[in-house]
Design a protein around this ligand. Sequence first.
Ligand code: ADE
Ligand code: ZN
Length: 330
Amino acid sequence: MSLKDLAKVELHLHLEGAAPPAFIRGLAREKHIDLSGMFDADGGYKFSDFWQFLKVYEAATETLKTPMDYHRLTLAVLEESAASGVIYSETFLSPDFCGNRDLGAWREYLQAIQEAAEIAQKTHGITLRGIITCIRHFGPEKARQTALCAAETAGDFITGFGIAGDEKIGKPKDFRWAFDAAREAGLRLTAHAGEWGGPDSVRDALHDLEVERIGHGVRAIEDLALVDELAEKGIVLEVCPGSNIALGLYPNWRAHPISTLLQRGVKVTISTDDPPFFHTTMAREYDRLHDAFDWDAGQFRAIARTSLDAAFCDADTRARIRKQLEAADA
Ligand code: ADE
Ligand code: ZN
């Protein structure tokens, strides 16, 4: 069987970061927005390091200006995920880009995204849930406003809260108010850490924000006491190997720590982060991991179950997706 056909659960995907470059170029053309310099000769996004990546990412969001743009984006992204075998996706949504953190505007964007998700569920059999994310380099005050948007719209669809952006700016504890507000609203918590920061950054996210999942977290491998702590506490890592390699964190797939983390008992999951930026898909991540570590279908099925157990959805949704996973495995 092809790994592409395996049923997959993805926990770490940025909606804007999943926008195909041709989709963004199309919007730019419609709106007469000049994005020259943003694309390479093959039409892909052009950047040479993480910080340039963030700039290009934010420039691309300049074309996404209405709820209808997000409706179209959500449909395009879910179609692509479903083509890779993804049956459940948790996607980071950013009120920063959807109406500048104004709650009324955010509700309109959210409604458009949810309507697209319902269409994708019917046409492609993929289920979407949203994790609202604040952006670290935008600062704690904007994160507070984002957290209020999250708290006001928490429910069956918005199930989590997180933080992305430049890990080298500020400290997790600066965002404590936002995370406390989200937790009090019933949202589950995750934070990007251990990507551009080392083990201490992961420790700070765990201890100061009390998150149950870590986005990336791979640099925990530089401190085995921390790896043991992650394993003992059952903290789930949303690992995005293709993203780490494309951004130069590791030189190649064999050098990526995902296999060692797994062997040491850490709950690892597999995601794509911002797939068109990194020339990846969930199917490609599976193929490269198979090539690098000789993982078989059984290993990937076990990781999909770990991912579903760690998903922020309600119990009924989890049970429904579990049945789909079991049917696909049969
Ligand atoms: N936002 C989108 N992708 C990201 C990444 N890999 N790290 C931090 N913030 C991000
Ligand atoms: Zn990410």
